[in-house]
Design a protein around this ligand. Structure first.
Ligand SMILES: Cc1cc2nc3c(=O)[nH]c(=O)nc-3n(C[C@H](O)[C@H](O)[C@H](O)COP(=O)(O)O)c2cc1C
Length: 493
């Protein structure tokens, strides 16, 4: 009788479409859901094992899961955060609170040299390659993007058939391996690039300079992982190990980088072209700004990635100790562009643990125009943060190339979740802006974000940080910036 019951349960688990874990682990997978149910009670009696060192805390993950499933309701009782702890941040609401509009805000990517501008959503899918993610995960993300009218960054692994099936808007990322547009020996191939970039589904092109979780590090895709499909997508031979070098071969200096931007824009028929980076040093970024001015060539957008960002695989030393966190990197890029008089021409994107409406509002206050999320989108397609991305044994079928595991992820169900998560997160951000008495995200400013600096003092971002005036670096750099401004070079990074 028991065996019959288990057999029936197992059959049901394998055929249902909502839970990838149960499709991959019939019967046994229920233990996870049981633990989830009784967790609040267990927490009351036992000290929960620490989540320190884990990429996302449980509360944030649960928020994403619930929004993705469409089950997120208001919370009873009030905050569980320690509002008196140093570092606690809060936004200033207004007694002139507005009614939030239903219209999802967008931001125009398209500087003076762009002829096919793109109106990007406030929250988009950050770069994750086919190869790092399973075919079904890529398909579900793109289908979600298509439904919700937001953008899906391909990651550096090229445009796969799974990116194309649902025709969701793409940002095509070009990394140092030039996958999808490379010569046989791994250099940039202009003809291949042009042929793909003009596809109407490609709305923008992003040159990847560096990534927060592993800045300055290339990548290796081992031969056994280079299946026929991955080889075709990346433009490399089947079964042969492929290497992404730590730096680009198409340019070596800031001047050459901005020239490359102009080349890509022209080859793509005038689409928005930008770059993504995690900030290392201020003078290096100022060197790029000087090159923009010297050549009168600007990217249409810059995506700032925080060192707290994620990856499929990287050495722990890089994850923990290299690169600038998003808050500092974002404010640096915003100030550098304001100070060089270029801010009006360039939109700024921010990625690094964006998972909620308040994350979006904070990042906009710190200088962003739009945001991107990678791991929160993985949660939306069923990732349980097993941290097994590099083993090919992802239990949720998200970060694996094993077809048996990938099939557990049911595309239409997860596409709905991606759409739900993006829509309700943006809507919650819009609600916050309305509660702050504002009509648009453009009205947010650093005086509206407060940080507790010790037990008896809070300060606004306007007070805590230095904010440059338009063109100030060109006219009269303040002493705090003058050294880096002088050191910044256009002829070498
Ligand atoms: C599985 C995985 C694969 C990634 N692949 C890329 C990539 O190909 N190119 C890239 O620029 N960033 C890549 N990233 C970084 C993300 O795009 C993003 O910048 C970073 O994770 C911060 O966002 P998050 O905190 O929302 O995850 C990857 C991240 C993850 C988790």
């Amino acid at each position: 009788m028991v065996l019959l019951g288990l057999a029936l349960l197992g059959t049901w688990d394998l055929t249902q479409v909502r839970h990838s874990i149960l499709r991959n682990y019939p019967v046994l997978g229920h233990a996870r859901f049981l633990m989830e149910r009784i967790r609040p009670e267990i927490q009351q009696y036992f000290i929960e094992s620490s989540t320190d060192g884990m990429p996302f805390d449980r509360e944030t993950r649960d928020l994403v899961y619930e929004r993705a499933k469409g089950t997120k309701d208001d919370e009873p009782f009030g905050t569980e955060r320690d509002v008196h702890a140093p570092g606690y941040e809060f936004m200033a609401h207004s007694l002139r609170a507005r009614q939030a509009t239903d219209r999802a805000p967008t931001v125009r990517l398209g500087g003076p040299h762009c002829t096919q501008p793109y109106d990007i959503a406030l929250l988009n899918i950050s770069a994750m390659s086919f190869g790092a993610l399973s075919p079904n995960a890529v398909e579900a993300l793109n289908a979600g993007a298509a439904r919700g009218g937001f953008a899906h960054d391909t990651g550096e692994g090229g445009i796969s058939p799974y990116h194309r099936k649902h025709r969701g808007d793409l940002i095509w990322e070009i990394g140092s391996g030039y996958f999808g547009c490379r010569t046989e020996d791994g250099h940039f191939d202009a003809d291949l690039f042009a042929a793909k970039a003009v596809d109407p589904q490609v709305k923008a092109i992003s040159i990847k300079l560096s990534q927060g979780a592993k800045p300055g590090l290339g990548g290796v895709l081992p031969g056994p992982k280079v299946s026929a499909e991955i080889a075709e997508t990346r433009g490399v031979p089947v079964g042969r190990t492929v290497i992404s070098p730590p730096a680009h071969s198409a340019f070596e200096t800031p001047i050459e980088l901005v020239d490359f931007i102009a080349t890509l824009r022209s080859l793509s028929g005038g689409k928005p072209v930008g770059f993504k980076l995690c900030i290392g040093s201020r003078s290096e970024f100022l060197g790029i700004c000087k090159a923009m001015i010297e050549r009168d060539i600007t990217p249409d957008f810059i995506i700032v990635d925080g060192s707290e960002g994620g990856t499929g695989a990287a050495p722990v030393e890089f994850e923990d100790h290299m690169g600038m966190p998003l808050t500092e990197g974002l404010m640096l890029v915003h100030n550098a562009l304001v100070g060089t008089g270029l801010r009006e021409r360039i939109r700024i994107g921010a990625s690094g643990k964006v998972a909620s409406g308040s994350d979006i509002v904070k990042r906009v206050i710190q200088g962003a125009d739009f945001t991107l999320a990678a791991r929160a989108m993985m949660f939306a397609v069923g990732c349980i943060q097993a941290q097994a991305c590099h083993t090919n044994r992802c239990p949720a079928g998200v970060a694996t190339q094993d077809p048996a595991r990938s099939r557990a992820l049911v595309v239409p169900d997860k596409a709905t979740r991606v759409h739900n998560f993006q829509r309700s997160t943006v809507s919650s951000a819009a609600q916050m802006v309305a509660s702050m008495g504002l009509d648009s995200f453009a009205e947010l400013d650093p005086s509206m974000l407060n940080r507790r600096v010790n037990s008896h003092t809070t300060r606004t971002y306007a007070e805590l940080y230095e904010w440059l005036q338009d063109g100030e670096l060109l006219d009269d750099p303040p002493s705090s910036w003058a050294g880096d401004w002088i050191d910044a070079r256009t002829d070498r990074f």
